[in-house]
Design a protein around this ligand. Structure first.
Ligand SMILES: Cc1ncc(COP(=O)(O)O)c(C=O)c1O
Length: 412
């Protein structure tokens, strides 16, 4: 390890870390170093109690009355408002609903309606596949000659035929981050709207959607927001765009007055029209616990720690595993990355399986990317030391060459 770094020195950093107590607020197995919160956040200890209360008390005892008595009907907007604070959106911009994929579809369609004479959905080739697929599906459905243009440098490809620039803010593979303010301003200069996928940003990096002029945003609830498997997603629309917002999925709960049961659709005022059908109350209750927890920490403090953890991880891997052929994909510049480190290695899948078998849990993305999410709420400095120590041993002992580790499972 670097001579200035010792395990004891990192333990000392943890003792002085104002965030360290959050580690114990998660129900993490003692023999696990969890570096996959960029895929599925761990279980906050407060969540089972809250969900049990909603099940036994609210559902069990209040039954249908709970929609009013416990304001279940207001939960998507209430939790959305809290997420809005995390992402720096204006009040009244953000709603919890559906999945990220479905919200992408809804907002992309709205963006195309708002720019009816333009043909291009501009994005980047390296975008997360669901973003590309949803855009492709929408263009095919509309049959109005839209083109999904996926390029290496989307800002350079902006022109006055671009209706919407759709980008994932922090890249799911490399962890590289776009400059939201600069990119948004470039898009607006040619009259295009922006749609940001914040799945790897919300709860991971400081965001200021309102200040940066972002138009639309979506993101996952189950990653850094720790909302649990299949947690509902969020969508956010700048208030200036809400009055004329035409969404394609006009479900009854997005109606101005759902319980009037009128035969014709009339959208709710504001972001409430982003609702489609009945929200998943148990999942929303779990998500709210994760959000509440995150709101107790200033995002700047989280960011400072996460960037320090990343620098530490990179330095230790380079020191300890230099001869083992890892290639760093994540930018070294802390202003240009999210909260994960990506290492490319031709045998990355088997190496990651060997790490997981030893309790260091990250994940793998084809063709060769090992991802390590360093979520600062529960990852400690000493975890970085211990994780790199296990990685070094896996490489030195060739433990990853065990043939059983190369068999690809359904989820990588
Ligand atoms: C950037 C990004 N967007 C979207 C998704 C998928 O979202 P969902 O499955 O909620 O539709 C993911 C999932 O990992 C993602 O990483």
């Amino acid at each position: 390890m670097p001579t200035s770094l010792t395990r004891a020195a990192l333990q000392a950093l943890d003792r002085n870390d104002p965030l360290v107590s959050f580690h114990d607020e998660f129900d993490l197995p003692p023999d696990v170093i969890y570096l996959d919160g960029n895929s599925l956040g761990p279980l906050p200890r407060a969540t089972p109690g809250r969900v049990a209360q909603v099940v036994a008390h609210e559902w069990g005892q209040s039954l249908i009355r709970a929609w009013n008595a416990h304001d279940w009907i207001g939960l998507p907007l209430r939790v959305g408002e809290k997420i809005g604070r995390i992402i720096g959106a204006e009040p009244g911009s953000t709603l919890v609903a559906d999945s990220t994929s479905v919200n992408l579809f809804k907002l992309l369609a709205a963006a195309l309606e708002a720019r009816p004479t333009r043909r291009i959905i501009l994005t980047e080739r390296e975008n997360f596949p669901t973003d590309l697929y949803m855009a492709q599906g929408l263009a095919a459905l509309l049959q109005r000659g839209h083109e999904v243009r996926a390029v290496a440098d989307p800002v350079a490809a902006l022109n006055d035929d671009v209706a919407v620039l759709m980008l994932t803010h922090v890249n799911y593979r490399s962890g590289a981050m776009h400059d939201m303010a600069t990119v948004t301003s470039a898009a607006h200069t040619v009259g295009a709207l922006t749609l940001w996928d914040l799945s790897h940003s919300a709860g991971a990096v400081p965001l200021q959607l309102a200040e940066d002029g972002a138009d639309f945003a979506v993101g996952c609830g189950y990653k850094y927001l720790n909302g649990g498997p299949g947690a509902p997603a969020f969508l956010s629309v700048a208030p200036r765009l809400q009055t004329d917002l035409q969404l394609p999925l006009t479900g009854w709960l997005g109606h101005a007055n759902p319980f009037a049961f009128a035969p014709d659709y009339r959208p709710a005022l504001g972001i409430g029209r982003g609702m489609v059908g009945t929200p998943p109350i148990l999942n929303l209750a779990a998500l709210e616990v994760g959000i509440e927890q995150m709101l107790r920490v200033p995002m700047d403090a989280l960011h400072t720690k996460s960037q320090h953890l990343i620098d530490l991880f990179i330095a230790l891997v380079e020191q300890e595993c230099a001869e083992h052929g890892f290639r760093l994909l994540t930018p070294r510049d802390a202003t240009r990355r999210g909260s994960q480190v990506a290492l490319a290695h031709p045998d990355g899948y088997a190496i990651m399986q060997a790490l997981i078998a030893r309790g260091v849990i990250g994940d793998f993305r084809t063709p060769d990317v090992m991802r390590f999410g360093l979520a600062p709420l529960y990852v400690r400095h000493v975890d970085i030391w211990d994780a790199v120590t296990v990685l070094r041993k896996v490489m030195q002992t060739n433990a990853w060459r065990n043939p059983s580790l190369s068999e690809q499972r359904a989820v990588t």
